[in-house]
Ligand binder design. Structure first.
Ligand SMILES: Cc1cc2nc3c(=O)[nH]c(=O)nc-3n(C[C@H](O)[C@H](O)[C@H](O)COP(=O)(O)OP(=O)(O)OC[C@H]3O[C@@H](n4cnc5c(N)ncnc54)[C@H](O)[C@@H]3O)c2cc1C
Length: 397
């Protein structure tokens, strides 16, 4: 079996790689040492360059300005983008917008597509996804207190959300709220589009995460909805189907994250190898001569390759049979690749010594912020449970 990029995407992969290395690597020192918001104008210029080069949003269908790549082809691009912490944002492939774009394509009506999907696809606006609540275990998404009550032609939303990535500066949120309290637990919630300038919509704060609150896209917001009134026409998809739509969103979303993490791993391994060859540890040897470091390099190489092949297989299965059929593979890569990321970053940082703790390489940024990979979109333990349950089912049968 051949795991090199299909011939069709190879030139694209090469162009994306070149762009990331030449245009984005030089911006990393500023990204690592400044607030994201101060960098937005420069990043807007880079986004314009990406569009002009015909590389914009490769996963989006052409009618929305993208390249229409299937998941398994986009996987190779996403890996390239993941090699810089700026890659996905500059190519308009960043979470949570990518997931919101997908559900707007699948479930949005014509008006919603015009108002929200099209400007989001162009990169003119950003969005956030407000599902998790501080008072409820996010691991069990059917637990929720936020309500949307019908009144006249409106929904009146009351609730408390947090960790809405990119809420700072987002033009709208897709909010999960209980609309049918008496239905069974999988049919109580709906997804509703709420513009950020709606009275009663309040960004309470950017939550300090691993040392800082961040800003703009690079932040996680706490939100309050207080008698927040939107027309019932802002319902996304059928009423009571919020849970199902969230599942639709999370399937490809998890594959997207895994692809990005593999790109991060590749960069971390690259940095580790270069540093190990450069760093003198005695008059006659460099770090790369030490067997411990050689073990780290070999183990990382093997783990990254295993992770990539699992992700490509999951993406292929999802392209062929859909998210539901691929759910066990998706759960398996979610915890496996997050674990590989954790280990590869830790080794690369350790190999850099004190330098690894600084902002002179992207390692410490990733080490802090990608720890969350084992928590968001379902913690490790929940995904392991999904996989184990499936295996045990076959024994019970
Ligand atoms: C950086 C980041 C970005 C995020 N972005 C978004 C976003 O944009 N929108 C949004 O709505 N949410 C977002 N989230 C929230 C995220 O989806 C939740 O944190 C996640 O679902 C886990 O929920 P929780 O934090 O409430 O943990 P809990 O559900 O309270 O779980 C805590 C821990 O308990 C353990 N656990 C839970 N359930 C089980 C189980 N069944 N079996 C064994 N162990 C278990 C796990 O170790 C878990 O880590 C984000 C979170 C982070 C950290």
């Amino acid at each position: 079996m051949d795991f090199t990029p299909p011939a069709r995407v190879q030139p694209l992969v090469a162009r994306v790689r070149e762009f990331v290395e030449q245009e984005l690597f030089p911006l990393e020192p500023a990204f690592l040492n400044q607030e994201f918001s101060t960098l937005v104008p420069q990043l807007a210029e880079k986004r314009a360059q990406v569009k002009a080069a015909g590389l914009w949003a490769p996963y989006l269908p052409p009618e929305y300005g993208g390249l229409g790549l299937p998941l398994v082809e986009y996987a190779y691009i996403s890996e390239e983008l993941g090699r810089s912490p700026l890659g996905h944002y500059v190519f308009n492939c960043q979470a949570p917008d990518v997931g919101n774009l997908e559900i707007l394509i699948l479930f949005g009506n014509e008006e919603q597509k015009r108002t929200y999907l099209e400007p989001l696809a162009r990169g003119d606006i950003r969005s956030c996804f407000a599902m998790t609540e501080p008072e409820n275990a996010g691991s069990n998404p059917v637990l929720m207190d936020t309500t949307a009550v019908k009144e006249g032609g409106d929904y009146v939303i009351d609730g408390h959300k947090w960790f809405a990535t990119g809420a700072d500066g987002a033009s709208f949120a897709i909010v999960m709220a209980i609309t049918r309290p008496d239905a069974d637990r999988h049919h109580r919630a709906s997804q509703i589009i709420v513009p950020a300038d709606t009275p009663g919509y309040r960004l309470v704060r950017n939550i300090p995460v691993m040392g800082g609150p961040g800003s703009d896209h690079a932040s996680h917001g706490e939100l309050r909805f207080e008698q927040c009134r939107v027309p019932q026409t802002n319902l996304l998809g059928p009423e009571g189907e919020g849970f199902r739509i969230a599942q639709e969103r999370l399937g490809p979303g998890r594959i997207h994250h895994c692809m990005r993490w593999i790109g991060i791993c590749e960069r971390a391994l690259d940095l580790m190898c270069r540093h190990a060859l450069r760093r003198r540890v005695s008059s006659s040897s460099v770090l790369a001569d030490q067997q411990t470091v050689q073990n780290w390099i070999a183990e990382s190489r093997a783990q990254i390759d295993a992770a990539r092949w699992m992700v490509l297989h999951a993406a292929w299965k999802m392209d062929q049979e859909g998210a539901y059929a691929a759910r066990v593979e998706i759960s398996a890569i979610k915890f496996f690749v997050a674990g590989v990321l954790d280990q590869v970053l830790d080794r690369a940082l350790q190999a850099h010594g004190a330098l690894g703790m600084t902002e002179d390489t992207p390692l410490s940024h990733w080490y802090r912020h990608e720890r969350a990979a084992r928590i968001y979109d379902g913690p490790d333990e929940v995904h392991k449970w999904v996989v184990a349950r499936r295996i045990l089912q076959s024994y019970r049968a």
